[in-house]
Design a protein around this ligand. Structure first.
Ligand code: NDP
Ligand code: HSE
Length: 588
């Protein structure tokens, strides 16, 4: 689907120190996926696991069958694969995990120091046609007799480079706990060592082999594979390849991005939880919400809390995350922040759909960024896919399921539950809007269509009134009355170009099972983007809920963090409190 390259990324034991670190790996993968990359993620066991398992395999005075040892040791990698798959699924990144048997990763040589020689590339490509991420265990293979083998210490580097070479990947990145290769171990005492910007394979072989496995480097040199060594959540690092070895110019490490959170509900709490684990990149400095005690009970630090949104916006920060929803005071808070030069990340499609041009003008004036990836599709990067595809060819139509609450209600009703019970279920899951009727009558999807239209054309003017007449629950009764058992009813949002006219509508439709939107359940969202040359691109994922939505917000924040200015003096602003603007009717 309009993807921009295949990457092989290796996540080693230095970045996988505990179960919490899988969420950080997901942040890294999610940012790649939303840029349109397909990724093969090669993972090692959690730090210390391989040594522990090797010790367990040792029985005094007995010579062990090395394949049996390899069989025990590989359980460490297998566990990491399963954990990463679960963490990806939590935020809805479409992924698959395959073990080395399933991809026939063949090796030769000593069972505990083997070398990969072959792999089932067709199987890998088949998975990547459907899924954005394929997770594979590093370090382990199978010999000709299908017995487990290991690739020697640091062997996950070799797995990654081998797969990158076989797949002809566009990028191969070995992700470590350092931001590149240094002339000496930067953790050792003494003067700060210099980091390399680029390095020849041969020169890497003079470094300690525990940083990048020497066998892997020799393999890369033989196969002429260039690769990067760097840390999580960044793109920089050291490029290893055929060129010369050059030092990088010194730079100050970026300080963490200071965030003000407006709202501490489903989305706000998810962002807070993720930020706590990313403390070297993101720090929450203030939280504004209505009910401070409720926020404390939900885990917010008391010292950060205020019930004054504008006071929070005025505090010393780089970014304001707006997660209160609705038009007021969201609009005024966003505009104030942008005017003051603070970046704004919001999940609020209502306010962006209604005031998009005004908010973008405020961002331009304040030289600040306005980001709202989460506003459409939650954790499903639909806006980014539309923008990318529109940049490559001419879009003809977008058909999408964009509202999780409606999915829940439709499924509950088809199971015989009442609409009220269904709405309670969607609310309890954190999917529903403040007024769930906005979900059911198509208004929420209409807002999302407005943002999709902007991603498609770069223009704000809504093509025509979004027609939501067919989204009502009364229509559900009509559709249900003569639908067949295999058909499924979904709320379908559509933008369709007809000459110079764009038709925009949201309505309940009866879908045949082969329709790519028919299988979308609960908080899942999907969009089918068709181009005039007949291509059809499908984007799927979790469109609502705490962690998928927070994942998209965090990705926007990390984009802002990439160019956070270097340390600055505190600047306090006083904010003019706006008068309340009455909410205006939106597109339907
Ligand atoms: P919640 O209702 O769970 O949270 C909203 C939070 O904002 C609550 O803490 C609420 O306080 C607070 N709040 C509301 N109004 C004010 C105010 N005037 N001043 C201070 N605090 C206020 O909503 P969500 O987190 O679900 O949604 C937030 C935004 O994200 C919405 O725009 C929504 O459309 C969007 N979104 C939500 C998704 C989801 O799955 N939930 C997915 C994608 C986008 P109190 O608790 O007192 O009500
Ligand atoms: N209320 C929305 C839904 C939240 O149910 O899909 C995600 O935008």
């Amino acid at each position: 689907m309009g993807h921009s390259g295949l990457a092989v990324c290796k996540y080693g034991g230095s970045v996988l120190r505990s179960d919490d670190d899988f969420a950080l790996v997901v942040h890294d993968l999610y940012r790649r996926v939303r840029r349109g990359q397909r990724v093969v993620a090669v993972v090692s066991a959690l730090a210390g696991t391989t040594d522990r398992l090797l010790n367990r395999a040792r029985f005094d005075g007995v010579e062990q069958d090395p394949h049996a040892v390899a069989g025990l040791v590989e359980t460490g990698e297998v566990e990491s694969v399963a954990m990463l798959r679960l963490a990806l699924d939590r935020v809805g990144v479409p992924s698959e995990a395959l073990d080395v048997g399933a991809i026939s990763l063949r090796s030769v040589g000593e069972p505990l120091n083997a070398t990969p020689i072959d792999v089932d590339l067709k199987r890998i490509h088949r998975v990547l046609e459907e899924k954005c991420v394929l997770v594979i265990p590093g370090f382990v293979g199978r010999d000709q007799g299908d017995r487990p083998t290991l690739f020697g210490r640091g062997g996950s580097d070799l797995t990654a480079l081998f797969l990158a070479g076989q797949l002809g990947a566009d990028h191969c990145r070995l992700i470590k706990d350092v931001d590149g290769l240094y002339e000496r171990d930067p953790a050792r005492p003494g003067p700060a060592p210099r980091r390399y910007d680029t390095m020849r394979w041969d020169d890497v072989l003079h470094l300690d082999g525990s940083i990048v496995q020497h066998k892997a480097v020799r393999f890369a040199r033989e196969q002429v594979i260039s690769f990067d060594v760097g840390e999580l959540l960044t793109e920089g690092g050291t490029r290893v390849g055929p060129g010369s070895s050059e030092y990088a110019s010194p730079r100050w490490p970026n300080r963490p991005l200071r965030i003000v959170l407006l709202g501490f509900g489903t989305v706000g709490q998810g962002v807070y939880r993720f930020a706590e684990r990313l403390s070297d990149r993101l720090v929450v400095v203030r939280i504004a919400t209505r009910d401070l005690e409720k926020a404390e009970r939900a885990g917010a630090a008391t010292s950060l809390l205020t019930d004054d949104v504008f006071d929070a916006v005025a505090s010393n920060c780089d970014v304001v995350v707006e997660a209160i929803g609705g038009l007021d005071p969201a609009r005024a808070a966003i505009e104030s922040a942008l005017h003051m030069g603070r970046h704004v990340v919001t999940a609020n499609k209502a306010v962006v759909a209604r005031y998009g041009p005004e908010l973008h003008r405020a961002a331009e004036r304040g030289k600040a960024k306005l980001r709202y990836s989460a506003a459409v599709g939650g954790g499903t990067p639909i806006l980014e896919a539309v923008q990318r595809i529109a940049g490559e060819s001419s879009i003809e139509s977008i058909r999408a399921v964009l509202n999780g609450t409606t999915n829940v209600v439709l499924d509950c009703v088809s199971e015989g539950k009442s609409v009220d019970t269904a709405i309670r279920e969607a609310k309890a899951a954190g999917f529903a809007e403040a007024d769930p009727h906005d979900d059911l009558n198509g208004l929420d999807a209409a807002h999302k269509l407005t943002l999709l239209w902007h991603a498609w054309t770069g223009r704000w003017s809504v093509p025509a009134c979004v027609d939501c007449a067919g989204a009502s629950l009364e229509r559900l009764t009509v559709l249900q009355s003569d639908s067949h058992e295999h058909e499924v009813i979904r709320q379908v949002a559509q933008l369709r170009r007809d000459g110079d006219v764009i038709h925009a509508r949201v309505r309940l439709e009866r879908l045949q099972p082969e329709d790519p939107l028919a299988g979308i359940r609960r908080e899942q969202n999907a969009a089918v983007i068709r181009t005039i040359d007949g291509d059809s691109h499908v984007v799927r994922g979790r469109g609502a809920g705490r962690f998928p939505t927070a994942e998209a917000v965090v990705a926007d924040l990390l984009d802002c963090a990439d160019d956070v200015p270097d340390p600055v003096e505190s600047m306090e602003f006083s904010v003019a409190r706006p008068s309340i603007v009455p909410a205006q009717a939106v597109t339907c």
